[in-house]
Write a protein of this length. Structure first.
Length: 441
């Protein structure tokens, strides 16, 4: 039975400002933290080609050699159990167990030549989620936090939201003001008290909130003479919080049961299908970046059974539905869809019918927002060990996405301590994936 999501979504925002009204700084923001916030409004350095991003993170490291970059002519111990199938684009084949994505191939590009060297979960997740290799001196922000900082929020909606269990999702040195609005999932802790859900606590009215805002504004004016920047530093975070507390946009976006049965059936009734549909609704309601966490891809054992029976059917149905739905609604041109994991899996099948960690060659999927459609960019060698053409890194893909939003990799942001850092230390946009770039593959 499909859950009543209006009542059963569990909301766990990282920013407690959304949850507790009435403590210091309106909603739990300490004055010391508020003083560190910057009210800068960055201006895009080039004309943006996209406005929004939906990231699908396949936690654990998906076996992309069995999904997007199959090797049917390789030895048995490498090619595995699955067979390739044709797609809607001539000459591009993917796994036989992904018929819906095969049909949607005309809307997307497979980047088959992603390569890096961090084949460990925590560090690899940090690398891919931030677009910067882990550093002892900088806690790099996630791509969602970076987008929230650079693009800002729409009134009544958080700029950055996560659905499900998303690793490495935090804002790092940008500060907690740019952490995600984290939504845990469906059916978890449904009976949570009102103070731990979106909106105003029981017995606390909009008029009560307005009075506290007025008090804060008076304090701002009194402090203005001592520190002219203080009100601006406070306003960005707190104004957004007030807007969300007074707005029902988030809850309404999460009410996927308002969608026609036919639409919900198209996405599938799995957790991932539900999250994909909710992500589309959050973007339509004004969110700028939504990351979906989809776990259990660490297939050291029983790789083929787990892919065939559970993982691929959910991803295939939900991802294809998301792409097609965005296209049908006229939203794909402005919305980037980015599907990836922290690394791929070994070309060789191990003794337990699994594949182990492999970062030197993996495939990511990109679509919408100015990315080319119906292409396979790059290639790997005949056995999938290394890129043979079009080698690129997680930094490069991340830089390409942010450039589509209007920000080149050299663009700098200020940390909460005022330190400027480039958004990507090493990433370079892959021109062949967008605009008039030539196809490689």
């Amino acid at each position: 039975m499909f859950p009543s999501t209006c009542q059963r979504w569990s909301h766990r925002p990282s920013r407690r400002i959304f949850l507790r009204v009435g403590t210091a700084g309106l909603a739990g923001l300490s004055l010391n933290e508020a003083l560190r916030l910057k009210s800068e409004e960055p201006v895009a350095q080039k004309a943006p080609q996209a406005a929004n991003v939906i990231m699908v993170f396949l936690t654990g490291g998906p076996s992309t050699i069995d999904m997007w970059d199959m090797k049917p002519d390789a030895p048995d111990a490498i090619r595995g159990e699955f067979k390739p199938r044709e797609t809607s684009v001539a000459g591009i084949q993917i796994c036989e167990h992904m018929p819906h994505v095969a049909q949607a191939m005309k809307l997307l590009t497979l980047v088959r030549s992603v390569s890096h060297t961090i084949a460990e979960h925590t560090q690899g997740q940090s690398y891919v989620m931030t677009g910067n290799a882990p550093s002892p001196s900088v806690a790099y922000p996630s791509l969602g936090s970076l987008t929230a900082k650079l693009c800002g929020s729409n009134r009544g909606m958080p700029a950055y939201a996560t659905l499900g269990n998303v690793p490495a999702r935090a804002a790092g040195d940008l500060g907690t003001a740019f952490d995600p609005f984290a939504i845990a999932g469906v059916g978890e802790q449904a009976e949570k008290r009102a103070a731990d859900t979106i909106g105003l606590p029981d017995g606390f009215t909009a008029e009560d909130l307005a009075r506290r805002v007025a008090i804060r504004n008076r304090i701002d004016r009194r402090l203005d003479g001592a520190s002219s920047d203080l009100p601006a530093q406070l306003d960005r975070f707190q104004s957004e919080a007030v807007d969300i507390l007074l707005s029902d946009k988030v809850n309404q976006a999460l009410c996927v049961e308002k969608e026609p049965e036919s639409v919900r059936d198209t996405y599938g009734r799995s957790s991932f299908g539900l999250h994909a549909l909710a992500a589309r609704r959050l973007i339509e309601a004004g969110a700028r970046f939504v990351t979906i966490g989809f776990g259990d891809w660490d297939t050291h054992a029983n790789n083929f059974t787990r892919l065939r029976q559970t993982l691929l059917p959910q991803l295939d149905q939900g991802l294809a539905a998301l792409l097609t739905d965005l296209q049908d609604r006229g939203k794909l041109d402005e919305t980037i869809v980015y599907c990836t994991g922290e690394f791929g899996r070994t070309p060789g099948v191990n003794s337990t019918s699994g594949r182990d960690h492999w970062a030197r060659a993996m495939t990511s999927l990109v679509a919408g927002g100015g990315f080319h459609r119906g292409r396979a960019y790059g290639s790997t060698d005949s056995e999938g060990f290394e890129p043979a053409s079009g080698r690129c890194s997680p930094d490069d893909l991340s830089a390409t996405i942010l450039e589509q939003l209007g920000f080149p990799p050299s663009h700098a942001v200020s940390t909460r301590s005022g330190r400027p850092i480039p958004i990507f230390k090493k990433g370079n946009p892959v021109a062949a994936l967008t605009g008039s770039g030539a196809e490689t593959g």
